[in-house]
Design a protein around this ligand. Structure first.
Ligand SMILES: [Zn+2]
Length: 143
């Protein structure tokens, strides 16, 4: 498969603030981990399952993978995909598409090794970490 050409990226204040965001150990991830722990769930962090595929939180005993999805990048209904114009529009569109593609690749890779996937929005975790952890708990009880 041919690699797409690298997009030229115009530096804007907006893109600068996004690229400097940490993608690991984000605040919602930490809130969720704490809440999972308090519900008695045991998990491992940041497991690599393939090329450019890392699972945020994995519960090996329950064969469950949990992803904490950033609202902007993964497009939550309330905060996602706000870029509709500007100098980097086509770059954003490609980025969002490649994130979707990676989400699907991760779920595929996980299901091949018998893991189910739970995705949680950062904003949902922020507003109620315990409720988000309960979603994970419910998923562990589902099989
Ligand atoms: Zn959101």
């Amino acid at each position: 498969m041919a690699r797409p050409m690298r997009e030229s990226w115009t530096k804007t204040e907006f893109s600068k603030s996004l690229s400097s965001r940490p993608s690991r150990n984000t605040q919602p991830e930490i809130f969720l981990r704490r809440a999972l722990h308090s519900l008695g769930l045991r998990f491992r962090l940041h497991r690599r399952i393939g090329k450019r595929l890392t699972v945020d939180i994995i519960l090996p005993r329950h064969r469950l993978a949990v992803f904490v999805d950033g609202c902007f990048w993964h497009g939550c209904p309330a905060h996602g995909h706000a870029v509709k114009s500007g100098p980097n529009l086509s770059g954003w569109v490609k980025k969002f598409a490649s994130i979707k593609e990676r989400e699907q690749r991760a779920e595929q890779a996980l299901s091949e090794i018998g893991f189910r996937t739970v995705r949680l929005w950062e904003c949902a975790i922020r507003s109620d970490p315990v409720q988000a952890a309960r979603v994970v708990l419910a998923a562990t009880e589902m099989h």
